[in-house]
Design a protein around this ligand. Structure first.
Ligand code: AHR
Length: 491
């Protein structure tokens, strides 16, 4: 039997809304086709951005969107992506499929997208193949209001007032695709590049240093030791690929054993947060610097028959569980985790929506982000959790994952995941320190492990009302179905 106590009178800070952030790279059909179709497209669009995707994403209240990469960021030269379309340079996207990048989606288009979504931009600058001057001028172009060559150029390109830009990344994966650097070298470059990313007018940048890959604790140690005073955030990248990086496994054809490995790997990010967090604590005991998990998600082999460089994959109820477990973990570690950006919004890796021509579908992961948005900027509540465990090889993980928060109007929300493929999770939920008179909820579940939405059947997996509970005073007896994500509102 599983037990959860919500301590309604123990608040543990705020769950930063940016934990519900997203990432969109110039990769495959993520930006082009997925978001940007251009004004002349027969696909209904607003100033080039497709309406169906825009509407779907708006519903998620995306707080922050990271762009233009990823690996692409360290090969991106922003000046090629501003000005009249006919003058924009065509280049090769060497990282992702070797296709032509026509630079039609550039700074102005990205900022317009953020405006339309009501999301804050998070821009990643080029350290790997760009200069200090180029990065410095990009910040000047976007944020300076006075008289300067970059400001004048921005105005010539139709934008009179500067944009507000808070989040700025100084390079991406500089241990790998961002230049194959050693941490000591990158730490010095970080210090140098960030110096010239100025705060203009009343715009204050939140500068994010490129962080470690998975369990490269040495990287975190060196960055914190050598560059902590110069950063506001340090990133961390972690992907779940059940078969390992080389042969990741299929997104839709998998066994129960692979399901378990996937869940164990999803839980693993908690260990990473703790260990990287311990190193950060050593240099930053007051937790001024945010851990920014700006790439995460379940990454499988590309769907057969698609360009392997486009990283297009389907999305099943298994991915909904990966999202639910990860978001619960980020919520639980709100003292250090200030932002997270799932990879990658549309048509790439663990996407919110998939498109095919003029069709669009919402994935199971989309629905998890929709259900969990109640936690954005809510007060985190302390939880005591007793859960059955699952063994996989030498590892064990909890079958139940949860986090809880209190909204401004006093409503308590709890998000719960039952990771078991076969058994319901019978769970006693006790709300102490607060009174409850009503409980309502939604559940996302499926009968098959690989249940998914397709263009023929786009609503196979979608949330429904959750009614499998009995209430007695401040106790709820819950029956969480196998493979389910449940969010309850308690008043
Ligand atoms: O998200 C796909 C790629 O994964 C990103 O471009 C890179 O940063 C990471 O290795």
């Amino acid at each position: 039997m599983n037990k959860i106590i919500i301590n309604g009178d123990i608040h543990e800070g705020v769950i930063h809304k940016n934990i519900y952030g997203h990432f969109a790279e110039h990769l495959g059909r993520g930006i082009y086709e997925g978001i940007w179709v251009g004004e002349d497209s027969p696909i209904p669009n607003t100033q080039g951005i497709r309406n169906d995707v825009l509407q779907a994403l708006k519903q998620l209240n995306i707080p922050v969107l990271r762009w233009p990469g990823g690996c692409f960021a360290d090969e991106y030269h922003w000046k090629d992506g501003v000005g009249p379309y006919e003058d924009r340079k065509r280049m090769v996207n060497t990282h992702w499929g070797g296709v032509v990048e026509n630079n039609h989606f550039g700074t102005h288009e990205f900022m317009m997208l953020c405006d339309m979504l009501g999301a804050e931009p998070y821009i990643c600058g080029n350290v790997g193949s760009g200069t200090v001057q180029e990065m410095s001028e990009w910040v000047e172009y976007m944020t300076f209001d006075g008289e300067s060559p970059m400001t004048n150029w921005r105005k010539e390109n139709g934008k009179m007032a500067p944009w507000k830009l808070t989040y700025f990344g100084v390079g991406n994966e500089n241990w790998g695709c961002g230049g194959n650097m050693r941490p000591e070298y990158y730490a010095d470059l970080y210090r140098q590049y960030q110096t010239y990313c100025r705060n203009y007018n009343d715009n204050t940048l939140y500068k994010i240093a490129g962080g470690a890959n998975v369990d490269d604790f040495h990287w975190t140690e060196v960055l914190m030791r050598d560059a902590a005073p110069f950063m506001d955030g340090l990133s961390l990248h972690y992907y779940v690929h059940p078969g390992g990086f080389e042969k990741k496994g299929s997104a839709v054809n998998f066994t129960k054993e692979e399901w378990k490995v996937t869940m164990q790997k999803a839980w693993f990010i908690e260990k990473l947060i703790r260990k990287h967090g311990t190193i950060m604590d050593k240099y930053d005991p007051n937790k001024r610097i945010g851990m920014i998990i700006d790439e995460w998600g379940a990454w499988y082999d590309a769907e057969p028959g698609t360009n392997p460089g486009f990283l297009y994959q389907q999305n099943t109820i298994r991915d909904a569980l990966v999202a639910g477990v990860s978001l619960n973990i980020f919520n639980q570690h709100n003292d250090r985790v200030r932002m997270a950006n799932i990879a990658q919004t549309v048509n790439v890796i663990q996407a919110m929506v998939l498109t095919e021509g003029d069709k669009m579908l919402r994935t199971p992961t989309y629905h998890v982000f929709d259900m969990f948005q109640v936690h954005q900027d809510a007060k985190k509540l302390s939880l005591d959790i007793v859960s059955e465990e699952v063994e996989v090889g030498d590892e064990r993980y909890s079958k139940l994952s949860a986090s809880a928060s209190e909204a401004k109007d006093g409503t308590i929300h709890i998000s719960l995941c039952n990771l078991d493929t076969d058994e319901s999770a019978n769970t006693t939920l006790h709300i102490r320190g607060s009174d409850m008179t009503t409980a309502t909820g939604r559940v996302l579940t499926a009968k098959e492990m690989n249940a998914r939405n397709t263009f023929e059947s786009p609503e196979t997996v979608k949330p429904t009302a959750f009614t499998s509970y009995k209430r007695k005073g401040n106790f709820l007896q819950l029956e969480l179905p196998p493979m389910s994500v449940v969010v309850l509102a308690l008043n």
